[in-house]
Write a protein that binds this ligand. Structure first.
Ligand SMILES: Cc1ncc(COP(=O)(O)O)c(C=O)c1O
Length: 321
């Protein structure tokens, strides 16, 4: 017999009120579509896909307030109201002074590594995401992954298999020399390492290694909210903290971040670079102007800035009276 307490019902704290039809295909059609695409899922038309698991990128449904923000977006070329709203939201989560919008995450990486990368430079990361590695290498620098041995075991279960291996990180710094390392990066969650989370203790300890060698620490923050939630669920001392408080602590150990807002920004398009170093930020803005656009829109329409800026804080349930 199944007892009641064997069930744990999770009720999502939102309502879905928009429906988009999908076209159904037959098994034979799917076999033909796959063959015609050369069995490369990137070559299939989206209309031919019933359940699209190609990527997590840009797949989140936007909230009613985000859609309202789309109409309210300020399309001014310079000094857009939507930019200042975006800056306020990002500062309130990351605590970082300089906020530079980009059209997506890889554009933030391209700008950052064009400036800090280049031949002879080395960038350590728990695991570089493919666009991050490509941008580091395209600049002429060398991308070094420092995943833990546990993280490389695909059949083991662990709480924080996305962690940076601190011994490998220090070995990398000593082997190449800190003068060749413009920054250290941690990807949260560790997407190319299986989407595994990184613990707060590991982010803090990585920051300590960086401080020892006077190196800045940047987060590839695409899944910062998900990582914060894993910390809440799995790391001692965080169960009673909100994901937002945990995210703020994660960012407090970093000097900067790159972000694809198509992930935990829950928008269709967008990204940003944020940092505390004003001199570096100025160099990034100068490059942004000749690649993405003016620093207050960075390759995005005002409505896109508005959608990223719309931070949805779901109120805690009212207590029964
Ligand atoms: C960890 C990580 N970094 C960077 C990126 C690149 O972001 P974008 O696709 O917005 O360029 C992605 C995208 O999947 C990612 O998952």
């Amino acid at each position: 017999m199944i007892r009641d307490n064997h069930f744990k019902t999770l009720i999502e704290p939102f309502k879905i009120k928009s429906v988009e039809p999908i076209r159904f295909t037959t098994r034979e059609e799917r076999a033909r579509i796959l063959a015609e695409a050369g069995y490369n899922t990137f070559m299939i038309r989206a209309d031919d896909v019933i359940i699209d698991l190609l990527t997590d990128s840009g797949t989140g449904a936007m909230s009613a307030r985000q859609w309202a923000g789309i109409l309210d977006g300020d399309e001014a070329y310079a000094g857009s109201r939507s930019y200042f709203k975006l800056e306020k939201t990002i500062r309130s989560i990351t605590g970082m002074e300089h906020v530079i919008p980009t059209h997506q995450g890889r554009a933030a990486e391209k700008i950052l590594f064009t400036i800090v990368g280049g031949p002879g430079k080395v960038i350590p990361n728990n695991t570089h995401f493919d666009t991050t590695r490509a941008n580091v290498e395209f600049s002429g620098a060398c991308a070094v992954d420092c995943p833990t041995d546990e993280g490389m075991q695909t059949d083991s279960i662990g709480d924080f298999k996305g962690n940076m291996d601190l011994v490998k990180l220090e070995e990398t710094i000593r082997t190449y020399g800190p003068e060749r390392i413009p920054l250290v990066m941690i990807t949260v969650t560790n997407n190319s390492g299986g989407g595994q989370p990184v613990s707060m203790a590991n982010i803090r300890a990585t920051r300590d290694v960086c401080r020892k060698y006077n190196l800045p620490l940047f987060l590839d923050a695409c899944r910062f909210a998900e990582n914060a939630y894993f910390i809440k669920l799995r790391e001692e001392g965080y169960a009673d903290k909100s994901p937002l408080e945990i995210a703020r602590e994660m960012f407090s150990y970093a000097d900067g971040c790159t972000m694809s807002a198509k992930k935990d920004g829950l928008v269709n398009i967008g990204g940003f670079l944020a940092m505390n170093d004003g001199e570096l930020a100025q160099k990034c803005r100068n490059l942004l102007i000749i690649t993405e656009g003016f620093p207050t829109y960075g390759g995005l329409a005002g409505r896109d800035l508005e959608a990223v800026a719309e931070l949805e804080i779901i109120p805690a349930p009212r207590s029964a009276t």
